[in-house]
Design a protein around this ligand. Structure first.
Ligand code: GLV
Length: 320
């Protein structure tokens, strides 16, 4: 590879990334200047103005200052903040591939908590109350329905299979059915998935196409005793319809990491429903974030420098 690779190019890395990975990125483009700066650093705005490549989640209101920007590699999976505001000549890539493992583990934390009565046990333990016999469920033999089979959905599917669940999924672009999925249908079969699942896992991004996709009518298709989990974007499920459905006990419970408004307002009835597990948009949290994101940057940087198409490209129409 040419020693001159990256000459005149500047990259701003705006998240924490281990130095080892920064060195590896640098080795791919020895002449590129890499600034690793936080928004609070004095030189941040100067670096943002000069940067051709930004890796991180720059504030949307700061983007007009990034006049040299040619490629934005966001640090998250969901690109909803950027799709409409980033000029069309700027390449937008997402961090799909970084969050599948932590989010799938988070989904199973919630699924197992509901199935094995963990919220009730924790609550009783706070009162030093011995609950005695509890009627608990099993994941084994139940059906896990996954809405959206990208990186996250696929990692959920793998784990669901390992728990002995039947795994079904719907996806906008079908492709090849992974081995861990028993039945894969296209997005028009969402109603079938809702009718057929004991645990529905919603992994969809927040786009104009997914807003309120799961509304009152669709929630009413869910099985008695079933559960729904949302780790994609809050806008995908009609939140007031969900609150009403949860009050009526169908679905029996919801594990929610994302909400229509974040932080979830204190007035939201979701806080007061006994059959809801709320986590504060942290399902993707992992110590591997920076190192995994660096792998995407390393795969894409040589392509960017060679003017070739990048991986993880966000489709501005579909919004992810
Ligand atoms: C977080 O929700 C992300 O999109 O990465």
């Amino acid at each position: 590879m040419s020693e001159l690779l990256g000459k005149g190019i500047r990259m701003l890395v705006q998240i924490s990334m281990p130095q080892e990975q920064i060195r590896q990125i640098q080795a791919l483009a020895p002449q590129m200047r890499i600034d690793q700066l936080k928004r609070s650093d004095a030189r941040y705005y100067e670096a943002l103005r000069e940067a051709h490549i930004v890796v991180g989640w720059p504030r949307v209101e700061d983007l007009p200052q990034a006049g040299n920007l040619r490629w934005l590699q966001i640090a998250g999976a969901g690109a909803n903040r950027y799709v409409d505001v980033l000029p069309s000549h700027v390449i937008l890539t997402n961090a799909s591939g970084v969050f599948g493992i932590p989010i799938a583990e988070h989904v199973f934390a919630m699924m197992l908590a509901f199935t094995r009565g963990i919220p009730q046990a924790l609550d009783a333990a706070k009162r030093s109350a011995w609950l005695g016999y509890m009627t608990l469920g099993e994941l084994f033999g139940s059906t896990c329905g996954i809405v959206g089979l990208g990186d996250i959905g696929t990692e959920v599917a793998r784990r669901a299979k390992a728990f002995g669940m039947r795994v079904i999924a719907v996806k906008r672009t079908l492709g090849i059915k992974p081995e861990c999925v028993d039945e894969l249908r296209d997005a028009s079969e969402l109603d079938w998935l809702l009718e057929s699942s004991d645990h529905v896992v919603v992994t969809l991004p927040g786009t104009v196409h997914t807003t309120n996709m799961i509304d009152a009518g669709r929630l009413s298709l869910m099985r008695p005793g079933s559960y729904i989990y949302n780790i994609g974007r809050g806008s995908v499920i009609d939140e007031s319809a969900l609150i009403q459905a949860l009050r009526e006990g169908r679905p029996a419970g919801a594990g929610l990491d994302v909400f229509a408004d974040e932080p979830l307002p204190v007035e939201s009835d979701l806080w007061r429903l006994p059959n809801v597990i709320i986590t504060p948009h942290v399902a993707g949290s992992t110590p591997q974030h920076g190192a995994r994101l660096a792998q995407i940057v390393m795969r894409n940087l040589p392509r960017f420098l060679a003017g070739q198409p990048l991986e993880n490209l966000v489709d501005r129409y579909w919004g992810y």
